[in-house]
Design a protein around this ligand. Structure first.
Ligand code: LLP
Length: 430
């Protein structure tokens, strides 16, 4: 959406970031002023963009029985969680730490599903104490451990088995999870056996079937390949006397980083419910675990150009953000759009946008045509998901601050780390 004042188009896929009087804004907040007030690198999220992304799910669901459990690993800032909790979301967690965040943000534990291949006993205990909706269990060994923990607490843990349907999600290999060679889930051929094991364990109550086939999916057909296999399994379970209440299809819907046209939640849900009807399984409740599609395009990372360096083979814009702030380019060769916050006139030339970290992999964007000067502030697009959460302190760099914009106001939702924070907890030998 661009405002009537726009002199430049809005950012690709970012509904609430737009140019007004030549300056990039998040909703009603000018980002040049925000950068000079709070410093950079700075993550900026738009509350309205979060709400709009949420609506793409809630409108698509209508009155159908679907629980959206936000895949909070994408962005676990308390302000983001609180926003989704307020909108009625549940949460997909993968650690005791994430559970602590959900509870701190006022999330409803009865809407929490606990995923992950390596849950530890203390994490299971904490989740049982909190009363989570379901554990998505990924191995026979984990079934046994969970049953023991639940029994020791005089409880029965509600479980789904995460089934690996062996489908190709056609996404980056590091974020594809539903293939045989991935560490995730229980192979579909062994699933019936694993369910029988689960049914025989005294500390467990079977409630669902779960899968998650990968992330940044730009085509929905892999979901339906998985769905058919899962529905076959549910039929077999039914015949074996094991009743399934819900089907969890995981997360994975992609977002637009550049020119992708990702499928909508509505397209996915309409077809899923059509299949459920067709196969006489309309009684099943559905769980979804979207992460990226709820937050990815609700945030940008602001960074300031420190130096321009015109080397023989390339022009470099050396900025104050680095791979420790935004790891996706280094790790996945990922593309993030780059926009000047205050575009200037002048000849655009091709730059590699790189950080100060001592690694050749420390790049944020490559071969972008920009007119730049030192001191310019750039916005890295699509930085709402898997960005700040993957930040580190490599090179003893303090992690960035995070801000949430709401209309014409902004709120610091995470203070910039200080160098003292970085040294805290360390000591030398006497
Ligand atoms: N459920 C499970 C069990 C997951 O493992 C994930 C993501 C999600 C849900 C949420 O998926 P989403 O809707 O966000 O695609 N760091 C990578 C992405 C890793 C995804 C890990 N699992 C990246 O930056 O692209």
């Amino acid at each position: 959406m661009t405002s009537p004042n726009s002199t430049l188009p809005g950012l690709a896929g970012h509904p609430h970031f737009h140019y007004q009087n030549g300056i990039l804004h998040a909703e009603g907040v000018a980002l040049d002023a925000l950068a000079s007030q709070l410093g950079t690198p700075l993550y900026v999220y738009s509350r309205a963009a979060l709400a709009q992304a949420w609506r793409t799910y809630s409108d698509a669901i209508g009155t159908r029985p679907v629980l959206v459990c936000y895949g909070m690993k994408a962005n676990s800032n308390l302000a983001v969680l609180k926003e989704f909790a307020r909108l009625g979301a549940g949460f997909d967690i993968v650690s005791g730490g994430e559970l602590k965040r959900v509870l701190a943000a006022g999330g409803n534990p009865a809407k929490v599903v606990f995923s992950g291949v390596g849950k530890q006993a203390w994490e299971m205990r904490a989740a049982l104490e909190a009363g989570v909706k379901c554990f998505n269990v990924e191995s026979q060994a984990e079934l046994q451990c969970l049953s023991d923990v639940a029994q020791s607490m005089g409880q029965r843990a509600r479980v789904s088995l995460r089934v690996n349907p062996d489908v190709d999600a056609q996404t980056h290999p590091y974020i594809s999870t539903g293939l045989k060679e991935n560490k995730f889930g229980i192979a579909i051929e062994s699933a019936l056996d694993a369910y029988r094991t689960a049914a025989a364990l005294p500390g467990l109550e079977i409630v669902g079937v779960d899968c998650h086939i990968g992330s940044q999916l730009t085509d929905i057909s892999p979901y339906f390949d998985a769905l058919e296999k899962l529905l076959d399994l549910i039929e077999q379970l039914d015949a074996a006397g094991i009743a399934i209440q819900h089907l969890d299809l995981g997360g994975g819907l992609g977002i637009r980083y550049t020119d992708e046209i990702p499928p909508s939640p509505k397209a996915l849900l309409d077809q899923v419910f059509e299949r459920l009807q067709a196969r006489g399984m309309a009684h099943l409740h559905l769980v979804l675990e979207p992460g990226r599609s709820l937050v990815g395009n609700a945030g940008v990372l602001l960074t300031t150009v420190q130096y321009l360096k015109h080397a023989q083979a390339r022009n470099f814009a050396i900025v104050d953000a680095a791979m420790n702030d935004l790891l996706r380019p280094a790790l996945y060769d990922a593309y993030h759009g780059v926009q000047p916050v205050a575009p200037r006139d002048g000849a655009a030339i091709e730059y590699d946008i790189v950080g100060p970290v001592c690694e050749s992999a420390d790049w944020l964007a490559r071969q972008r045509k920009l007119a730049l000067q030192a001191g310019d502030v750039l916005a890295l697009e699509s930085a709402g998901a898997y960005a700040m959460v993957m930040a580190s302190n490599y090179n003893t760099r303090a992690r960035a601050a995070e801000v949430m914009v709401d209309g014409s106001r902004h709120y610091i939702v995470r203070q910039r780390e200080t160098l003292d924070d970085l040294l805290r907890g360390e000591s030398t030998l006497p």
